[in-house]
Design a protein around this ligand. Structure first.
Ligand SMILES: Cc1cc2nc3c(=O)[nH]c(=O)nc-3n(C[C@H](O)[C@H](O)[C@H](O)COP(=O)(O)O)c2cc1C
Length: 462
């Protein structure tokens, strides 16, 4: 069988994900796996129609397609996203994928990898492919014999599925969307931002599009230091290459080659109110937005939106795309921002949108003024625990900037030296082996748990 492997790593064959693919190639030598470097060649694929056509021809000739990619910011790298957008631009490209069997293989550190897998599954469904499954490997799994065997079993079932022409089911329905044409006429009176600075980043490709109008309606509604920046006006020469040069001291290898780091440091860093405005393309925002997000990797795992109020303005069917909503919420949470709201153009009238945008503007300023930040969700708390294990151990020599940040901010809170808890455990655990004591303990759990809370409440009431 011929399998087209779409390599999403910007590192080409030096990719960790591709080590697994090379292993599969060796173990299943009866099949022909052709690795096509998508992300590494993304610029060429975008500029040269012949290069894209060649890839499409290879897809047509293949019996199946394996999407094999690293996870970047809980999705695929921006370069891969660009390729996916190119596929959807022409029916002849889409048709090449139609009815092909497919599977997804990623490597990552399991940080929100499920969002990337949901995304790719949805893309395969949109392309009318026959989806046979997903395999999310930790980037180090390959070094473990048991994990390699697990991968072989997955691939074996993939090949069997193709040979036996197994039926497959779609998980995601098609997304149709008809937005109203938004004609802003915001309520009179601009909102004074006082000392605050707001940056409105957007990827509007046309003036007078809903996104353009939403971004500008808010900008015009605010009085004070507001700047609207179009992502297409920033000279960004390359996507993140995953080179980890920045891991030493947060210096991006491309700092002097394009405008990205300069714009980030001079515009995003000083702002305390941010509006990120994006158009939905396929099942995520545009690859331009993904490019922006990927390039922020030079900040490594520092929550670089800490202390900022954040709102999203989205043009497109977000209500039908909960995976994207999750990606936006996860991004805000991981970066430490206070996510105030996400407003879309899925509304019945321009007046309704005016009211929502005005309310968002007001809340962004109120929260900035009062210094309110919502508590963190699982996304950032879970992520911090995954990452701190890596920075404390295996990756400390590589990720020195992150190690310093985690150390200076008390994120390494282990080993836990809480002597009072330890003593309590040492005494109570043996006692619970006595049935009568155990019964008494578990019967009083609810009462005992709220005792410290009740103490505070009682004091406040005094
Ligand atoms: C820009 C960037 C973003 C990343 N984002 C994530 C992420 O969101 N979740 C995760 O688990 N790993 C993330 N990683 C780690 C990679 O997925 C992981 O190292 C992967 O194995 C690299 O594969 P490759 O060598 O094939 O490119 C990220 C790495 C980079 C460089």
């Amino acid at each position: 069988m011929k399998i087209a492997v779409l390599n999403g790593s910007p590192k080409g064959l030096k990719s960790i994900t591709m080590q697994s693919v090379q292993f599969i190639k060796k173990e299943f030598a009866q099949h022909e796996l052709e690795i096509i470097n998508i992300s590494q060649k993304a610029n060429k694929i975008k500029k040269d129609p012949e290069t894209l056509n060649n890839i499409i021809e290879k897809i047509k000739a293949a019996d199946a397609v394996l999407w094999a990619t690293p996870v970047y910011y809980f999705l695929v790298p921006s370069q891969y996203k660009t390729f996916i957008e190119l596929i959807f631009q022409e029916d002849k490209n889409i048709n090449a994928f139609r009815d092909k069997y497919t599977a997804v293989l990623t490597t990552s550190v399991h940080l929100l990898d499920h969002i990337a897998h949901n995304y790719l599954n949805a893309i395969c469904d949109d392309l009318s492919m026959k989806f046979l499954g997903s395999f999310s490997a930790d980037m180090h799994d390959f070094l473990d014999d048991k994990e390699r065997q697990r991968l072989l079993l997955f691939m074996q079932s993939f090949f069997n599925g193709i040979e036996k022409k197994l039926p497959t089911a779609k998980k995601h329905g098609p997304i149709d969307h008809k937005a109203i044409e938004y004609k802003p006429s915001m309520p009179d009176g601009r909102i004074d931002m006082g000392r605050h600075k707001c940056v409105i980043l957007n990827d509007a490709e046309e003036n007078q599009s809903n996104l353009f109008n939403m971004a500008n309606a808010v900008a015009n509604h605010l009085k004070g230091d507001v700047e609207v920046i179009n992502l297409y006006d920033i000279d960004i020469k390359t996507g993140c290459q995953g080179c980890y040069h920045c891991a030493y001291d947060n210096t991006c290898r491309f700092e002097k080659e394009d405008e990205f780091v300069g714009v980030f440091n001079s515009k995003i860093e000083p702002a305390d109110i941010l509006l990120f405005c994006g158009t939905i393309k396929d099942r995520y925002l545009s690859s331009r937005w993904k490019l922006f997000i990927d390039r922020t990797f030079f900040k490594q795992h520092v929550p670089y939106l800490s202390g900022k109020q954040l709102g999203f303005l989205i043009s497109g069917p977000l209500k039908k795309n909960p995976n994207l909503r999750q990606a936006l919420e996860a991004y805000s949470d991981l970066m430490g921002a206070n996510l105030v709201d996400i407003i879309t153009d899925e509304n019945e009238s321009s007046e309704a949108m005016d009211a929502l945008l005005s309310s968002l503007a007001q809340r962004l300023i109120d929260f900035a003024e009062k210094g309110y930040y919502q508590p963190r969700y699982f996304y950032s708390i879970g992520a911090m625990k995954i990452m701190r294990d890596l920075f404390w151990g295996k990756y400390r020599f590589l990720c020195q900037a992150d190690h310093k940040f985690y150390k200076n901010n008390g994120i390494y809170d282990f080993p836990q030296k809480n002597y009072k808890d330890r003593m309590l455990n040492n005494i109570v655990i043996p006692l619970t082996r006595i049935p009568s004591v155990r019964k008494k303990l578990y019967n009083s759990v609810q009462e005992e748990m709220i005792k410290p809370y009740a103490k505070i409440l009682n004091k406040i009431g005094e």
